[in-house]
Design a protein around this ligand. Structure first.
Ligand code: KIV
Ligand code: ZN
Length: 388
């Protein structure tokens, strides 16, 4: 039987940290409602100590969301955790998420702390958060550049202190899939009390590997996957929720892992996040890009018209797009052109189709895409056209 992993969405926190993507209270609530509809297990609503506005926004999200855990991010500091709890206390399922960096470079230059001090601070933060909330996640920031044995030591200590989830972030998108999978497996094998907590991963996309690293980690035993809609996030972004979920669904034969996401809500969620943040989705973006289910090449169009599985490994309907899109351009073939004529209500004999197809090819050489209006203009008025 397939293993079910939890999806932790951090669009409202890490996604919002992308330059120019901050969301106001109403926008966060609107996105949160959609994330709940999408079926995320956990949504991270913000960083309450960051600003009074973010505290209020997390509070508002905590007040409306019932079916997902609502998390708030806090540094391993009492004042952050106090703010976190002020924001989360009314949530139906609250989670305090606290973090501190564990890599040599972060400990020395950013925190100016020794590993022993970091360990102590991590444990103190988890114990402090536990006074408020039974569900506490601990993240070892920059885990992928940390000493694996030190990570195991920190995780073991925070689990003893009550952490329910331990998160392994690839904070700077440095990891390579096989390596990151090995790290998860190492932590699983060398942290004595690891069975008392859920293992989470959180991957950034600096090398374009965030989703690959996340899936490698899931295969190695991670049971919570952190991600954002449209891969929004700091620098090159975070692992994209839609890619992880559709990867697991489309390749269930190999991965044997599933999520509880209602995939038919993916497209609506992607559009909403794009609209609210003003960040356009690139046309060739996997799963939700404008071209993800568009076909222009004649050979592809012919294949699709014969059997969609020839060039579609998942259906647009499965992510909530009503249908695929045949784009008519210079690479398109007669078959797709004839289908479009029928869709537009034209009934032409074979000779007329040949003639208009020749005209279409001339036009297609001049334009990137030939629109339905172009085709109509070409045909209307011609004696060959008999509207159905
Ligand atoms: O990238 C990161 O390390 C984070 C943590 C705070 C989880 O966002
Ligand atoms: Zn992050």
């Amino acid at each position: 039987m397939a293993r079910t992993v939890q999806i932790f969405d951090t669009t409202l926190r890490d996604g919002e940290q992308a330059p120019g993507c901050s969301m106001n209270l109403q926008e966060k609530v609107e996105v949160a409602r959609q994330l709940e509809k999408l079926g995320v297990d956990v949504m991270e609503a913000g960083f309450p100590a960051a600003s009074p506005g973010d505290l209020a926004a997390v509070q508002a999200v905590a007040g409306v969301v019932k079916n997902s855990v609502v998390a708030g991010l806090c540094r391993a500091l009492e004042k952050d955790i106090d703010a976190g709890w002020e924001a989360l206390s009314k949530a139906a399922q609250p989670r305090i998420h606290t973090f501190i960096a564990t890599s040599p470079i972060h400990m020395e230059y950013k925190l100016k702390m020794t590993p022993e001090q970091v360990l102590e601070r991590a444990v103190a933060a988890v114990k402090y958060a536990k006074k408020y909330c039974s569900d506490v996640e601990f993240s070892a920031e920059d885990a992928s550049r940390s000493n694996p044995d030190f990570l195991c030591k920190v995780f073991s200590a925070v689990i003893d202190a009550g952490a329910t989830v331990v998160n392994i972030p690839d904070t700077v998108g440095y990891a390579i899939p096989a390596e990151f999978g090995n790290l998860v497996a190492y932590i699983k094998a060398h942290t004595p009390n690891i069975d008392m907590a859920r293992i989470s991963v959180h991957c950034h996309n600096d090398l374009g590997l965030a989703v690959a690293n996340t899936l490698a980690a899931a295969l190695a035993g991670a049971d919570q996957l952190e991600c954002t809609i449209n891969g929004l996030g700091e620098r090159a972004g975070n692992a994209a929720l839609e890619e992880i979920v559709m990867g697991m669904r489309t390749r269930k034969d190999f991965l044997d892992i599933e999520s509880r996401i209602d995939t038919t809500q993916i497209y609506a969620t992607s559009r909403l996040v794009s609209q609210v943040t003003g960040v356009r989705v690139q046309p060739n973006k996997a799963v939700v890009g404008e071209n993800a289910f568009a076909h222009e090449a004649g050979i592809h169009q012919h294949g699709i018209l014969a059997n969609r599985s020839t060039y579609e490994i998942m259906t647009p309907e499965s992510i909530g797009i009503p249908r695929n899109r045949m784009v008519l351009g210079k690479h398109s073939g007669r078959h797709a052109f004839e289908e479009r004529l029928k869709d537009l209500g034209f009934s032409l004999d074979s000779k007329a189709v040949d003639e208009f197809f020749a005209q279409f090819k001339v036009l297609a050489d001049k334009k990137k895409v030939v629109s339905d209006r172009d085709i109509e203009a070409m045909i209307v008025g011609s004696a060959a056209a008999v509207p159905e």
